[in-house]
Design a protein. Structure first.
Ligand SMILES: C[S@@+](CC[C@H](N)C(=O)[O-])C[C@H]1O[C@@H](n2cnc3c(N)ncnc32)[C@H](O)[C@@H]1O
Length: 396
């Protein structure tokens, strides 16, 4: 890899890879230094240190999920691409350095096919038109390709012809799903899905476990580094016979299922995982994932708000030996964290995509009787400023 840098013709305008001009080893060094600075009070308090960041051997083509908005262009054309940084102006992208190379051509061809079939693009300022976004997900291990076309309302004119045409151009597509989003919001996806071709979900595998992924469920976008991240979380959880694990903010159950599977592989008996997640579709996937991995006797998944679930677990006098938590960027809630302290598991494993909110949350756990024992940064998004971290805590 050396000290080479990568180039992208639209990097100045797109703003997605703000560190592209910095050689990758230097990006990693910068991230390491940032994490050491950010976690310095935590380390001073608990006498621990930040481990060396886990980088990628080849920091290209790592995004297995790609998306684009569509907008009307001149003479009936449909535009696609990335929003120029800080605006809603679209910059066309022929191929993207950090995406799986199969994804962008599909997104661009959706615009061409829609144009040909006179499916109008969504006009954001007026809330009119049909075609809003498309999202492509490529299975890391499975190679399955799921295309989700987001429409402004139930109608997708000439849907069958659209599907035929896009499949002719991309015969490897395994599913085409229409997602309906008629809200005037920046959120890409709506709640309703209509399967237009193939199965309604795709499959992929991580750490030897197979997962069903729906068009609206959360699934990490860099699967190669996800295996590193989950491996660190599983090691920090340190499964023991008879242990009960809470997998909070569990998405499609990926961490809990990988943990239970690894425990079984190592002959650690009677490990039980209870996952909690608020998105119904993700919980349904998690339950099917349990079956697909033959873990029905060790994993269960509950649809609930994590904080409400924590309060119920305490009222019910439940025992958990380990709490694994992986909240969204905003972090967790004080009530959830205080609930963890009252529940008093031996260990807490906090996986985070935003170390700034994580540091804020850690102080509640430290005040509540926990000591940070390890901090492991993982580079899930090379060429950007983002870092993910796995922090392990033990009860004092
Ligand atoms: C960063 S993702 C992690 C998902 C999963 N652990 C993984 O690695 O794929 C955070 C998850 O938390 C869920 N979530 C957000 N707020 C929640 C809440 N208040 N209660 C339960 N789940 C929540 C989101 O739907 C999302 O699936």
């Amino acid at each position: 890899m050396g000290f080479r840098t990568y180039t992208c013709p639209i990097s100045r305008r797109c703003g997605g890879c703000e560190w592209l001009a910095v050689p990758y080893p230097i990006q990693l060094r910068r991230k390491q230094e940032q994490m050491e600075e950010l976690f310095e009070p935590v380390c001073r308090h608990d006498g621990c240190s930040v481990s060396k960041i886990a980088g990628m051997d080849d920091p290209r083509g790592y995004r297995h999920k790609a998306a684009t908005p569509y907008a009307p262009g001149a003479k009936g054309r449909i535009r696609s691409g990335f929003y120029e940084s800080g605006s809603h102006r679209l910059v066309y992208c022929k191929s993207c350095l950090v995406e799986d190379r199969r994804a962008r051509p599909i997104l661009n061809d959706v615009a061409i096919v829609a144009q040909r079939l006179r499916i109008p693009a969504y006009q954001e300022d007026r809330g009119t038109g049909v075609l809003r976004h498309a999202v492509v997900r490529i299975g890391y291990a499975s190679g399955e390709e799921l295309l989700t076309v987001v429409t402004n309302g139930d109608a997708l004119p000439r849907a069958r012809r659209f599907v035929t045409a896009i499949r002719e151009l991309h015969p490897h597509l395994t599913s085409v799903v229409q997602n309906v989003n008629d809200r005037r919001t920046n959120a890409i996806l709506g709640r309703r899905n209509v399967t237009l071709f193939g199965p309604s979900h795709m499959h992929d595998s991580l750490l030897g476990c197979s997962f069903e992924i729906g068009p609206t469920s959360f699934y990490q976008t860099n699967p190669q580094q996800t295996e590193v991240l989950y491996g660190l979380a599983i090691r920090a959880a340190n499964a023991q016979p008879g242990m009960r694990v809470m997998d909070a903010y569990c998405g499609t159950g990926t961490i809990g299922i990988c943990l239970a599977s690894e425990a079984r592989r190592q002959g650690v008996r009677d490990v039980r995982v209870v996952g909690v997640e608020q998105v119904g579709n993700a919980v349904e996937c998690a339950r099917r994932n349990v079956g697909a991995n033959c873990l029905a006797d060790s994993c269960e998944f509950v649809r609930d708000d994590a904080t409400a679930f924590m309060a119920r677990a305490q009222r019910g006098g439940e025992r958990f030996d380990v709490v694994v938590m992986d909240p969204p960027r905003a972090g967790s809630t004080p009530e959830f964290l205080e609930g963890v302290c009252r529940l008093a598991p031996e260990r807490v494993v906090y996986v985070s995509c935003n170390p700034f909110t994580q540091v804020r949350d850690l102080s509640i756990l430290q005040d509540g009787g926990y000591r940070v024992t390890s901090i492991e940064p993982v580079d899930m998004f090379p060429h950007t400023k983002h870092v993910e971290t796995v922090v392990a805590l033990s009860r004092r």
